[in-house]
Each structure stands twice: as C-alpha cells, then as structure tokens.
Design a protein around this ligand. Structure first.
Ligand code: ADP
Length: 638
C-alpha cells in the first residue's frame, strides 16, 4: 500500500519594506520562530512576489517610494489570487486616521515602528492562526458543498433508478399480460364450447389455472414494487359484506375440497366466543384489497393444512364491545370487525414468525414452498397496515396457525345493490336484436379473443386495428358498442373516445375501454375521456358480459339451467343399490377405468345421476380411492 506523507508546511511571510535594516530585523525575528520569509523592497515587487508565491501573511510598510503601502494593499485586495492573504501594516504613522485608512484598504492589523519583537510575534501568530482557521473553514464549507452536490446527484440517480424500475415492471407486466390475454381468453372460449370433451375440459382448466397463477405472480411483484415506492392507495367504496365473504368462502371451499380437508365459514361473535350472525350488510372499505388479503391468508391456510381443516371467522371484535360500553354518551366509534383464519396445519416455529412476513421468505417444507412466491404475507401485512390495522399471528408447530386483524369498516345503510350477472349459469346467446360490436385493438390476438367470445352469442363484429380506423368504421357502421384498447399507435384509445363523444352521430355509443396497463391513471384517463366502463386485460368473460348487460341492456339466453347448474344445486341422487354395490366392489379393487366408464353410462342413462357421476369422477381425478370407497359405502348403509 502506498503511503502519502506530507511534511508539515512552514508558514511563508512576505515582508515589503524599502528599508533594508528594518527587513533584516524582522527576518531575524521570524526565522527564529521557524517561519519562511520572502522580501520585497517596493510595492510593485511586493505585488509580483505575493502573486507568484502566495504567502500566508504580508508585512507591509506604508511609506515607500513608488506606490505606497496603502495602494499596494488596495491592489492586493483587488486581485482574486491575493485578496485573501492577510496584510499587517508596518507604520511609523501614529495618527488614528492613518490606522483607519489601513483598515479601509483591507489591512487586518498594524505594528508600529520601531518594531517590538514581542508585539510583532504576537500579532503575526494571531493572524496566521486566524488565517489557518479561515482556510480550514473554507475547506470544510467546500467539502460540505461537494458532499451536498454528491448527495443530490446520488438522490437524483436513485430516483431515476426507481423510476426506471417502476417503468420496467409496468412494461414487463403489460408485455406479459398481453399474451396472457390470449391464453386465458381462449381457455375461457374453449371451456364454453359445447363440443369440448370432459377430458379436454380438464386440460383447459389446467391452462386456465396456470395462467391465473402467472397473473397472480405478475400482480404480486407489481404490488411489492408499488408498496416499496409508497404508491399503493386505498380505493374505498360501499360493498355488501356477507355476499363478499360468501364469494371468498366459495373459492376457498373448492380448494379445501380438492385437498379433502374441511372448510368452515362462520359469522362469529368474538366477545361471546360463539358463532352468531350479526354482521353489517353494507360496509365502506377497499373491497379489492381486502379480498386480496383474505384470499392470501385463507389460501395459505389451505395450502399448509393436510389434516383437519380451515375455519374462517368474521364478526365484531371484543375491543369494539368494550369501547361501546365505556363511552355511552359519545357516538360509538366505527365497530371493529375481526377477520380470523384458523387452520390445523403444519404451523410455524416461533423463531420464524417474523421471517415469514419478509418478501420472498418461505419457511418449512421445500415442496410446499414451490407452490408460492413468498410475497403474499409481505403484501398482506402492508395492506392491512394501510387499512389502519395490524396483521397478527399465533402459531404452534405441528398444531396449526391463527392469523387475524381487525378493521373499522363504517356501516353503510342506504345501500344500493350492485348488479351482478348470475355467473353460475352459462350464457349461450342474446334475446332480440343482435347488437353490433366494434373491436378496436392493434393486436390481432386480442381482437380474436373478443370476437370468439362474442360472435358465438350472436353479436355482429366489426374490427379495427387502431383508433383512426376505429373512428372511420364507427362513423360508417354505427355499432351499438365499441370495445377499444387504450395504447395504440396512430390514434390511441382515449383520443378515439374523445372523438366519439364529440361526434353528434356517435356520441351516445357505449364504449368499453380495455388495457393491459397497470397504471391507474390510464384507467382513469379512459373514463375521463368518456368511456362507460373499463375492463383490465386479461379480459374475464363474466365481467365483459356484466358490462354489456349493464350498458346495452341485453337480455341473455342461458343454457338450460336444469342441465348445467344441476351439478352445483341439485341434490345427489344415487343409482340403485346394486349399481352402487358394483361400483363399491370396483373401487375396492382399484379399477378406476371401469368406474369412469360406469360414471359416463350413468350420466347418459339419466340426467339426475349426473351429479353422482361428477362426484365419482372427482374422486378418480384426485386418486382418492379410499375416500371413494367410504363415500360409496355410505349409500349402501340401511
Ligand atoms: P407463499 O405462500 O407464496 O410461500 P407467503 O408470503 O404467503 O408466501 O408465506 C410465506 C411463508 O409463510 C410460507 O412459505 C410458509 O412457510 C409460511 N406460512 C404462511 N401461512 C402459513 C400457514 N397458514 N401455516 C403455516 N405456514 C404458513
């Protein structure tokens, strides 16, 4: 390693005096103190030497031939290179005016002649010290300035990097959503196709689930980035709590059934520790974010439970009950509603309870970890905090976990029920006149998804590849509804909408904007421009139908409700005991192939056995032979 060694620098003092004797005396005094000295015999030479040698101090005689001391000093101070060097006058003049004149031209002090050694030394030392401190201060100020500039630069760089990161994530998400729109769109279209065979349906379900999984990952990563950038804002609207909870429970119940564990949803009275239905109907809150948190916690509970099951309890919390009784005269605060998810699963070790909330942190069994990203809890915790609460957990390894949080969701009483299309029933057509739809999107595959979703139902479709073409076709063919992408070259979606709203001919046309963009501003921009609704990509068929029904007032033709919804709503009707008995024998022998055949025959023989056949197929698909035996046996008991 190289070591820089700088010997301590001697202070340099310039003496300007026309009298050699004076100079000699002073030089002797200063040399004795180990100062380096320079001399000049007149003002002009003094100026040159000062300029050239940059002394630390100047001792300047006043009375000199040529330019005198005062003028020399004035010129020293006028030059930036010498302005900062302190000047001490050497003067035989005793008048106050002369001394003042010395200060006026920039001197810092004076020493009277004949020169006293002690006085000279004291003043020289004092001013060198002041000068050194001044230089040090200047250096510090300079380095502070530099540090500030560097910090500002670093901050600007970090902001630019952050912006670039957000931009990258948004672009990446947009780019991934576009092909996903094709994948998920066609999975939905083919699932709706009556010609699709049951085994193909299984494959389509897997495509759809994998697509949905990918979409969740994209959304999770974006969410984390948004949370880190402090950009997540709550969107509070009124919603129906019981219907909301029921919807979530249905999703989780299906997952639990697949794993053969139980799932209970209970409206719960926490103060009394009893199930009790006392929830408000309408509440005000961020429905989407609350659903995200609950689905994540319930999804985890199911994922990490193999025996027993999951219980979801929701109700007024203890805290609320106490507060309400303590302050009888003041208006009661918004009641706290507790959301609690209990499972009998693998549990979490105490030392890992904090880790699981860190992004990408997964603990326990490696196989299970593969099923997730480790982002869910980090997002959930942040969202719950944003909603003004805290996500809590108690857990015991091998016994199970309880996650809960409490929210003050203001009750909404004048609640208007929002329209929802009945998603259980499959829409197969429209009654009455066929509406015309103009689909505007620069990507062929995006147009294809919408066309293949809508044309089998009877919609007349027109296509356009950008806003300009869309506007021309709209003017020519006057469609009933326009579904337009937002980001397009030529004319983008927002501009197209603005043109439509300004056109006397088209201004009342229903416009649905759609985009894979994740920016809320883009969604808002389309609404501000005059769109009737916004649909995110990948497009969900149900939501599209919902919007069309709401804005076009179409009346759907549903598939024979009897045949399709029967699987969900109809009671199970078992076949005659001898058939059940035969199936039981086959199940005991593990002959799944023949059971599958029998199931198909049963469903074809009589529609009422269809749910029974579906249940059988479910066991086969999940390889739950033991469960199937138990289940079949239950129909054989007297
Ligand atoms: P992911 O579920 O995608 O792995 P999360 O952030 O939701 O990510 O969870 C992080 C980790 O916390 C999980 O990998 C798991 O180890 C643990 N964990 C979460 N919920 C539970 C639960 N109900 N029971 C046991 N472990 C859990």
């Amino acid at each position: 390693m190289e070591i820089n060694f700088t010997p301590q620098k001697k202070d340099i003092i310039l003496i300007v005096d026309d009298n050699p004797t004076n100079i000699k005396v002073i030089v002797d005094y200063l040399k004795a103190l180990n100062y380096e000295t320079l001399v000049a015999r007149n003002g002009e030479t003094g100026l040159k030497r000062a300029h050239f040698s940059q002394p630390d101090l100047i001792l300047l005689d006043v009375m000199m031939p040529g330019i005198d001391g005062f003028e020399t000093c004035r010129r020293l101070k006028a030059e930036p290179q010498t302005a900062e060097i302190p000047v001490i006058f050497l003067t035989a003049l005793a008048s106050v005016e002369d001394k003042l004149k010395g200060f006026a031209v920039g001197g810092v002090d004076y020493v009277t002649k004949p020169i006293e050694e002690a006085e000279l030394v004291a003043r020289v030392k004092a001013h060198l010290k002041i000068q050194a401190q001044k230089k040090q201060l200047q250096a510090q100020t300079e380095s502070l300035k530099q540090a500030k500039t560097l910090a500002e630069l670093a901050q600007a760089k970090a902001e630019a990097a952050n912006h670039a990161k957000s931009q990258f994530l948004a672009t990446m998400s947009h780019e991934l959503r576009t092909p996903l729109n094709g994948i998920l769109g066609y999975a939905q279209i083919l699932k709706r196709d009556p010609a699709t065979e049951p085994h193909q349906l299984d494959g389509l379900n897997i495509i759809e689930q994998s697509g949905e999984h990918l979409l969740t990952l994209i959304n999770d990563i974006l969410d984390i980035a948004k949370i880190e950038a402090g950009k997540v804002e709550l969107n509070q609207t009124p919603f129906q709590l019981p219907a909301f909870l029921k919807g979530i429970s249905e999703i989780v119940r299906i997952r639990a059934e697949h794993k053969d564990i139980f799932f209970n949803y209970q409206a719960f009275n926490f103060p009394n520790n009893l199930p009790e239905d006392s929830l408000p109907i309408g509440v005000h809150g961020d429905e989407k974010r609350l659903r995200q948190v609950l689905i994540n916690l319930l999804g985890n509970a199911v994922k990490f439970t193999d025996k027993g099951g999951v219980t979801f309890k929701v109700g007024y919390s203890e805290v609320h009950a106490l507060e309400a009784t303590q302050t009888p005269n003041s208006p009661p605060p918004n009641p706290l509603i507790r959301f609690q998810i209990e499972d009998t699963g693998v549990g979490i070790a105490p030392e890992q309870l904090e880790d699981i909330f860190q992004p990408f942190q997964q603990v326990g069994d490696k196989n299970r970890q593969a099923q997730g990203t480790g982002l869910g809890l980090a997002i959930s915790r942040n969202l719950v905090e944003l909603m003004g609460s805290k996500l809590q957990i108690t857990s015991q390894l091998g016994e199970g976990s309880i996650f809960w949080f409490e929210l003050a969701l203001p009750e909404v009483t004048d609640f208007v029920e929002i329209f929802h299309v009945e998603t259980q029933k499959k829409i197969i057509g429209i009654k009455g006149k066929m509406p015309t739809v103009l689909v505007v999107d620069n990507k062929l595959e995006n147009r294809a998804v919408l066309i293949d979703l809508l044309s089998p139902l009877g919609f007349e479709i027109i296509e356009a590849a950008d806003g300009q073409e869309g506007l021309e076709k709209a003017a020519e063919l006057q469609p009933h509804v326009i579904i337009t992408d937002l980001i397009m070259s030529e004319m983008d979606g927002a501009e197209l909408i603005r043109h439509i709203r300004q056109s006397p001919l088209l201004k009342n046309t229903v416009v649905i904007a759609t985009s894979a963009s994740v920016f809320e501003e883009d969604h808002q921009k389309s609404l501000v421009a005059g769109a009737n609704a916004f649909l995110p990509k990948p497009i969900k068929a149900d939501r599209l139908f919902e919007q069309l029904q709401q804005h076009l007032v179409v009346e759907w033709v549903y598939e024979n409700a009897q045949s399709k919804t029967s699987q969900i709503a109809q009671p199970l009707v078992p076949p005659p005991p001898e058939t059940v008995s035969e199936l039981f024998e086959l199940a005991m022998g593990g002959d799944l192939e023949t059971i599958e055949e029998r199931a198909t025959q049963l469903a074809q023989a009589d529609e009422k056995f269809a749910p029974f056949a579906t249940e059988l197929r479910g066991f086969i698909k999940r390889f739950q032979v033991d469960n199937m035996c138990d289940w079949l046996e239950s129909f054989l008991e007297p």
